[in-house]
Design a protein around this ligand. Structure first.
Ligand SMILES: C[S@@+](CC[C@H](N)C(=O)[O-])C[C@H]1O[C@@H](n2cnc3c(N)ncnc32)[C@H](O)[C@@H]1O
Length: 249
């Protein structure tokens, strides 16, 4: 694993430039008007397809669980947009399946000793990205039959504050799927403690960086709050460090 810019990656140099080649391969795609989005699928790198398949598997596990999808750590919104699209596909008439994304959008606000070599500001997005993301998600939602009902929400700020506020302001909240991608110890710990009363047996908790040497804080937060040997962690084959647990199992 190495750091490129302000993000960590497991991809090797060759695969990075391979991806760039893919993007540059057929520039004329952008001039094709009909079914451009379908044609562009041929450029989808395997890593992206892998991620979509993984999120799809997780989504299928909550179809009979009531409640919202909460993603903690949104960054540019690749997973959040996928949740919105999966909701449109699987549950177009389930207006109660709201999707919530929590992030500072300015990267890690603080790091502690548990987070090893990570730095404040890592994973910051381009300034104002949350406004673009709001428009992008609105556009995705516009393809759903109940698009007049807003069903996604961005919560900007430090999750240690925004998540308790969100629960206080929305006392009806049940969480069907909690997706942890904060990478760090303190926010993962704080959010876990805040949302525990809002899970039901069967709710899915997904951790994106368990057992990951670059981000030990996530494992430590689970160890401290849930206890690694008190829960049944599982993994699906499409993810490196991703693990999930069904709450109550
Ligand atoms: C690895 S990125 C998330 C990637 C994202 N899930 C995706 O699918 O592309 C980690 C994110 O966690 C956010 N983050 C870390 N600590 C945070 C905190 N205390 N409050 C809010 N966001 C935080 C960072 O800003 C960063 O965008």
């Amino acid at each position: 694993m190495k750091k490129i810019g302000n993000e960590v990656t497991t991809r090797n140099h060759a695969s990075q430039s391979g991806l760039l080649q893919l993007e540059n391969y057929m520039p004329y795609f952008d001039s094709i008007q009909q079914n451009r989005h379908i044609h562009r699928l041929s450029l989808l790198p395997v890593q992206s397809l892998n991620k979509i398949i993984a999120l799809n598997e997780y989504y299928k596990m909550i179809l009979d669980i009531p409640g919202s999808i909460c993603e903690f750590g949104v960054n540019y919104g690749s997973s959040l947009a996928t949740w919105v699209n999966l909701r449109n596909i699987y549950e177009p008439f389930n207006a109660s399946r709201t999707v919530h994304g929590f992030d500072t959008f300015s990267g890690f606000p603080a790091v502690t000793n548990e987070d090893r070599n990570n730095r404040v500001g890592d994973y910051s997005t381009v300034e104002g990205h949350e406004t673009i993301l709001e428009s992008l998600l609105t556009l995705h939602e516009s393809f759903s039959p109940q698009c007049h009902l807003k069903k996604f929400f961005l919560h900007k700020g430090d999750v240690s504050e925004t998540v308790p506020e969100f629960i206080k302001d929305n006392p009806h909240t049940i969480i069907a799927l909690a997706y942890f991608d904060l990478d760090l110890y303190v926010p993962t710990r704080d959010v876990l403690l805040s949302i525990l009363p809002r899970l039901t047996r069967g709710s899915l908790i997904v951790f994106d960086e368990l057992n990951c040497p670059q981000f030990p804080g996530e494992t430590l937060a689970v160890l401290e709050t849930l206890g690694l040997n008190r829960v049944s962690l599982r993994r699906i084959p499409y993810s490196q460090f991703g693990s999930y647990m069904v709450f109550g199992n």
